[in-house]
Design a protein around this ligand. Structure first.
Ligand code: 5CA
Length: 445
């Protein structure tokens, strides 16, 4: 993409209405524009990042055996009356009436809708286990939407729902998602720390939040430094349904959870001290990016979602639900990865792989070198962002740093006299000179 032809409205000034750094940077770097309180337009640059995160989340869900469908944003109120949640959910639910005075709502979550799908089509234990997910916009009328996309009213969520014959199988479904989450956050360049959690309006008796560590996190967290030092996803995890795989998943989850981690809500000082040697005890702040729940027949019972068991008797399905805040992750990743100059995208989700800065647009030799690089990078399968605008070098450096492209190639007439360009690493700020002819190969290793 040539910046002169792109739509990237960047701003120098820090917006006054944004309190935390990720929100400020998302506005300044032209990722989002507020449309209404807690409701955002995803500008082209922000949308690219959102889609990349979404794709990694999708690949890891598929890898773990979950199957994608797409449920509507608008739901009928009747299903929520069946489950008993219509009145309980309270003011966070945006209730809508159509022209026939029928009651609708903008879905804050989809346990009821997906349970209705499964009770319609799934009749036998032979169709299980089943895990259905979608990546869809949700609406929650939060009292105090804040921090930009971190606590929006409209937000993009991946929500998966597992259906099993009995509790043992449902707990395995839970563990599959647990491990899929560890893999997902690692691929996003993050460490998602699982913490025992309260279940709130989703319900159930077993629940974990996945928290990423960041200075401006909403909740205080206490954890074993193992979560920073050890990568449990290094071991190949099988998502097959044979007994050996089920047993391996159980022991891996048990091993992960053996290390202490809790938000202040669930923190138990005595247990922390008993389980964790002093040099490994950490206190910090974190952002909840995922939340998983096991809740048995909480929905299947009132909604009469049953399958025939092996003995021919009908039983209520055992369920769990598994959320990831896809749009929240954009803010959370910036919160965890930035410096005073701007965003530093982890490689996997960077909206562009490499920036090209033309120090003297209009100079024939410099333009030619930049064009040559641009074409070569595209040919090599990279996505370059070429700053070809007629602007000061300083402004170009500042923009490229602000928007966080992981690698930058700086091309100017002086270097070109000896056939050289400069390669800069956004994260380390390290600069290295390379021959023009060599630099693409360097990037593409
Ligand atoms: N049905 C369950 C799991 S599918 C559920 O709704 N869980 S949740 O309420 O915990 O939400 C799942 C994830 O969505 C959260 O972990 C969080 O990352 C994200 N999320 C929740 N509320 C908001 C919000 N107001 N703004 C942005 N993201 C949110």
């Amino acid at each position: 993409m040539r910046l002169s032809r792109y739509f990237l409205p960047v701003a120098k000034e820090t917006p006054a209405d944004a309190q935390i750094v990720s929100h400020q940077l998302m506005l300044r770097a032209g990722l989002i524009k507020q449309q209404a309180a807690g409701v955002y337009i995803w500008l082209p640059f922000g949308l690219k990042v959102l889609r990349k995160i979404e794709q990694i989340v999708r690949e890891e869900q598929n890898h773990a055996g979950a199957i994608e469908l797409l449920m509507p944003t608008i739901q009928g109120a009747d299903l929520w009356r069946e489950s008993g949640r219509y009145d309980d959910y309270g003011q966070e639910m945006l209730r809508i009436k159509d022209r026939h005075d029928r009651e609708l709502l903008f879905g804050p979550t989809a346990e009821e809708v997906v349970t209705d799908v499964v009770r319609t089509y799934v009749k036998s234990y032979k169709d299980l286990p089943l895990n259905l997910y979608n990546i869809q916009w949700k609406f929650r009328d939060e009292i105090r939407p804040r921090f930009g996309v971190m606590r929006g009213r409209e937000f993009l969520m991946k929500d998966a729902y597992s259906f099993d014959l009995d509790e043992a199988a449902a707990r395995d479904a839970y563990r599959k998602m647990f491990l899929a989450y560890l893999r997902t956050f690692t691929r996003l360049g993050l460490r998602g720390v699982p913490m025992r959690a309260a279940t709130g309006p989703i319900g159930g008796d077993l629940s974990h939040e996945f928290i990423i560590l960041a200075k401006n996190g909403e909740s205080a967290v206490f954890y074993d430094s193992q979560y920073e030092e050890h990568d449990w996803t290094n071991t190949e995890i099988s998502f097959e349904n044979d007994e050996a795989s089920i047993a391996a998943r159980k022991s891996l989850v048990d091993e992960v959870l053996h290390a202490y981690a809790a938000t202040d809500e669930m923190h138990d000082e005595a247990q922390f001290f008993a389980s964790t040697p002093p040099e490994r005890r950490r206190e910090g702040r974190g952002i909840e990016v995922g939340h998983i729940f096991f809740f048995g027949d909480k929905y299947s019972k009132p909604m009469n979602a049953k399958v025939m068991g092996a003995d021919g008797k009908p039983v209520n399905l055992q369920m769990g639900s598994y959320g990831i805040g896809v749009s929240r992750l954009v803010g959370a990743i910036i919160e965890a990865s930035h410096d005073e100059n701007g965003i530093i995208w982890p490689k996997e989700i960077a909206p562009f792989d490499v920036g090209i800065i033309n120090l003297k647009s209009g100079d024939p030799a410099t333009d030619a070198a930049c064009n040559q690089l641009y074409d070569a990078l595209i040919k090599a399968g990279k996505e370059p962002l070429y700053d070809d605008r007629d602007d000061r070098a300083g402004a170009k450096f500042a923009t490229m740093d602000l928007i966080g492209v992981p690698m930058q190639i700086v091309v100017g007439p002086r270097g070109l006299q000896s056939g050289m360009v400069e390669l800069k690493n956004r994260q380390t700020q390290e600069k290295t000179e390379f021959a023009l002819a060599e630099v693409v190969a360097r990037i593409c290793v």
